[in-house]
Design a protein around this ligand. Structure first.
Ligand code: NDP
Ligand code: BG6
Length: 493
């Protein structure tokens, strides 16, 4: 983990690198499609502001918001304001940031609107600009936006680049993802396409490779002889709350599991890459996915939250943006390949948390009383409050000789005081500016991920499998989830 000083140093290096790769352009333009939307206000504009504030962007960078709504830059600013975390002392800089912003209203499918957008860029920032297009619209718009961008908005001079950030979900199943992938690759080369999975930008996810491959102590243990199971958990303590229009079409498996959790799992399960180069790491992740057999209904348990009269929280079906009678899962647990690997994700649970829990096999405890010894666990807490801790058995301190479970605890905010971790999107946007694909998803990874999940998703939908109900705010989703995990050999402590 970096100290604050070394973080600053790396950010400085990234900044210098950004300057180096962009030397042939007179400016950079970042164009945000879907600028009126939720992701734009909560993540994209705040991230652009933080990068601007910390002087991490190439000096002549401009930002253009684009969407169908009739908006001004002031509207963009007030939408994003609650998420910008701007201090009073930063207001002058914030004004400067918004002076670099502009807004173009237009459709996602009419060529004339994209011709107008291109003219706006050329007239205001020169034709000699590198262009970064951020597709933050619903996925239904990706194909028409990409087609029109290619036809009318790309920078064409030698030495200039065009890069495209595409948000998840990349399709709804294997076939639709292939259609999207083929379409994008007919327009842009793989090195221009950045499929963003923001979990890959989180500190603890980035830490997996270092923890695994820079510590001799783990190498001999990191295999099925020693590991009983690996559980990757994602929990949120809120429901869909108005996002039902999007969520109901996709469900928790497509929203979180097939992408964020599977990416974490690949990093945990992969063999040592030849190098830290983007393609070497992604090659190893693909190998993990190729080993996984497709999921069937028997490998999955799904749930949906219902109202809890005790805490007054509404059920999924009470959300006015959710269609009546929906059977979309808001909770799922699935068992994948080998060890086993268990992934579980749920909305409307008791807390917001994401962690990886590696449970080691039982010791042969013939010298200690039966039941006295618990399994060792290595836990990587991705959020909140990043930590790595190991659950160990030690002698209970004092005169007696009993065994007791304790922890070797590396909680980041205790170990690293004044820690300032960059947001995942900050890291990933800088990666795109410097042209690094290391934290982005390659087409073959995506294909394999869909190959694994598509049969179970189709079976759930075609057989209209009813999700098990669980009350809003419970710890672990429906009780069937815990039973399923016990059957796979997970021991609840
Ligand atoms: P929104 O629903 O807020 O959509 C973004 C914008 O797209 C809207 O403001 C609207 O702009 C336009 N839009 C919405 N619905 C349609 C439609 N049916 N047809 C055409 N345009 C439409 O989505 P989000 O911002 O939440 O998500 C954008 C992308 O980012 C999605 O791919 C999502 O999966 C992904 N994402 C979102 C996250 C989040 O926290 N919100 C997190 C991670 C990924 P206008 O009408 O003005 O054109
Ligand atoms: C997004 C999902 O990809 O990730 C959301 O679409 C989810 O449903 C979000 O809430 C969680 O991200 P984070 O960074 O807040 O854990």
């Amino acid at each position: 983990m970096m100290s604050d000083a070394s973080l600053e140093q790396s950010l400085k290096l990234l900044r210098e690198e950004a300057g180096m790769v962009c030397h042939s352009a007179s400016s950079h333009v970042i164009i945000v499609f879907g600028a009126s939307g939720d992701l734009a206000k909560k993540k994209i504009y705040p991230t652009l502001w933080w990068l601007f504030r910390d002087k991490l962007l190439p000096s002549n960078t401009h930002f253009v918001g684009y969407s169908r709504s009739n908006l001004t830059v002031d509207n963009l600013r007030s939408n994003a304001m609650p998420y910008l975390n701007a201090k009073d002392s930063e207001w002058t800089q914030l004004d400067e940031f918004f002076k670099r912003n502009s807004y173009v209203q237009g459709s996602y499918d009419k060529p004339e609107d994209f011709i107008r957008l291109n003219k706006f860029i050329v007239d205001n920032f020169s034709a000699c600009s590198n262009r970064l297009f951020y597709l933050a619209t619903p996925p239904s718009q990706f194909i028409s936006v990409a087609t029109n961008l290619k036809a009318h908005c790309t920078a064409e001079s030698d030495g200039l680049w065009n890069r495209l950030i595409v948000e998840k979900p990349f399709g709804k199943d294997l076939d639709s993802s292939e259609v999207l992938a083929k379409h994008l690759s007919s327009l842009f080369s793989e090195d221009q396409i950045y499929r963003i999975d923001h979990y890959l930008g989180k500190e603890m996810v980035q830490n997996v490779v270092v923890l695994r491959f820079a510590n001799r102590v783990f190498s001999p243990l990191w295999n099925r002889d020693n590991i009983a199971n690996v559980v990757v958990t994602f929990k949120e303590n809120f429901g869909t709350e108005g996002r039902g229009g999007y969520f109901d079409e996709f469900g928790i498996i497509r929203d979180v599991m097939q992408n964020h959790l599977l990416q974490i799992l690949c990093l945990i399960a992969m063999e040592r890459p030849i190098s830290m180069e983007a393609n070497d790491i992604r090659d190893e992740k693909v190998k993990v996915l190729r080993c996984m057999r497709p999921l069937s209904l028997d490998d999955v348990v799904v749930g949906q939250y219902v109202a809890d009269p005790e805490n007054g929280k509404p059920g999924y079906l009470d959300d006015p943006t959710v269609p009546a009678g929906s059977i979309t899962p808001t909770y799922a647990v699935a068992a994948l390949y080998g060890v086993p690997f268990i992934v579980r994700a749920g909305k409307a649970l008791n807390e917001k948390k994401c962690e990886v829990r590696i449970q080691f096999k039982d010791v042969i405890a013939d010298i200690l009383p039966s039941g006295a010894v618990h399994r060792n666990e290595l836990v990587l807490r991705v959020q909140p409050n990043e930590a790595v801790y190991m659950k160990l058995m030690t002698k209970r301190p004092g005169m007696g000789f009993g065994a007791e479970e304790t922890e070797l605890d590396l909680t980041y905010n205790r170990r690293f005081t004044d820690l300032k971790l960059p947001d995942a999107y900050e890291r990933l946007l800088l990666d795109v500016l410097v042209g690094s694909q290391i934290n982005f998803v390659r087409t073959d990874e995506l294909r394999e991920a869909w190959r694994v999940f598509t049969p179970a998703l189709h079976a759930l939908e075609s057989q209209r499998v009813a999700p098990h109900p669980y009350p809003y705010g419970v710890r672990n989703g429906p009780p069937q989830s815990d039973e399923f995990m016990r059957r796979l050999g997970f021991t609840f402590s």
